[in-house]
Design a protein around this ligand. Structure first.
Ligand code: PLP
Length: 318
């Protein structure tokens, strides 16, 4: 049990002590993976703490829940305020914020839709997800585990169950000494990492797989597409073969937790000649400006975190 250290988890409208944030062992989500979640980040900016692309994350959470017949008992505006309240209550920056929608009551039976749908939100200190290579380049391997087709498990929903596939690929890569896995789709095209989208650069153009490769449509991916376009680099969404990845000038991962991480090797192949490559470095630098509130063009991507008193008052004032 964690010590009472002031950390709080938001559960269905109340901030509860970290150690008391519990669910029933027979809850439906724990047994069948039918839960949906988000990964969001809050950063320090010159104007104080701010949550990055909050609206887009909440919109995706609600859409993911819809796919799995879960009606979240809070509106988008209420969820946004709850995220801010959780961040304000925990204070730490940079943070990783994890809203989770689950059926919390005892409700066994895979077709059982009766369990009460709940929302919990945690905000924990963010670390470098892909380790030291996050800035200088990481080593990835092509996973023997492929992405399931979206006809089986819709990839655009960020569901708990989808991550058993990421888990298998990630465990295999780390046991082989790599920092990350790259999963292929059912047709053998490059799909994504275990928790990141993939980009490659060739002759000054960025390429990234689209939904037909059964990827999660990442919010960082979208930010990178906009930043690269602003910088004057064309971005093309298309099926990408492993050969195109291995012979790319540059490659990188994007994700909320991973941010933008250059890929320096794929299996035994070196990607490009330097890590990060020049275009990756330019996009990384613009992204850092945006998340820390130094890019006026993308100021709307940041939602300021109010003080706890104001955040609590706003969430309760329904
Ligand atoms: C499988 C998968 N792909 C891609 C991403 C990147 O998405 P985002 O940039 O919205 O975090 C994530 C992380 O959420 C993920 O888990």
């Amino acid at each position: 049990m964690m010590a009472a250290d002031g950390r709080k988890i938001w559960m269905d409208g109340r901030l509860v002590d970290f150690a008391n944030a519990q669910v029933h062992v027979l809850n439906h989500t724990l047994h069948y993976g039918v839960g949906v979640f988000e990964g969001i980040r809050a950063y320090e900016t010159d104007q104080g703490g701010a949550v990055f692309r909050l609206k887009e994350h909440v919109r995706r959470l609600i859409l993911s829940a819809k796919v799995y017949h879960m009606v979240i008992p809070f509106s988008a505006a209420e969820i946004e305020r709850a995220v801010l309240e959780t961040q304000a209550a925990n204070g730490v920056l940079p943070s990783y914020i994890r809203p989770l929608v689950y059926r919390g009551e005892p409700a066994l039976g895979v077709k059982n839709l009766k369990g009460k749908v709940s929302l919990a939100i945690a905000a924990i200190p963010a670390k470098k997800y892909l380790g030291e290579g996050s800035e200088s380049g990481i080593r990835a391997k092509i996973s023997p585990f492929r992405k399931p087709h979206s006809d089986a498990n819709p990839s655009f929903a960020k569901s708990a169950g989808n991550y058993i596939n990421s888990y298998l690929a990630g465990a295999d890569a780390s046991q082989d000494g790599y920092e990350e896995a790259i999963l292929l789709d059912q047709n053998g095209y490059v799909a994504e990492g275990t928790g990141e989208n993939v980009f490659l650069v060739r002759n000054g153009t960025l390429y990234t797989p689209g939904l037909e490769s059964d990827i999660l449509l990442g919010i960082t991916r979208d930010s990178v597409i906009r930043i690269a376009t602003d910088l004057g680099y064309p971005v093309v969404e298309k099926l990408l073969s492993v050969n195109e990845l291995l012979t790319a000038d540059e490659a990188f991962f994007t994700g909320t937790y991973a941010e933008i991480a250059p890929i320096k090797e794929v299996g035994h192949y070196k990607v490009g000649t330097q890590s990060p490559g020049p275009i990756t470095a330019a996009v990384m630098s613009e992204f850092q400006r945006a998340i820390h509130g130094r890019d006026p063009k993308h100021a709307s991507w940041l939602t300021p975190v109010p003080t706890l008193a104001r955040a609590t008052a706003r969430v309760r004032a329904k």
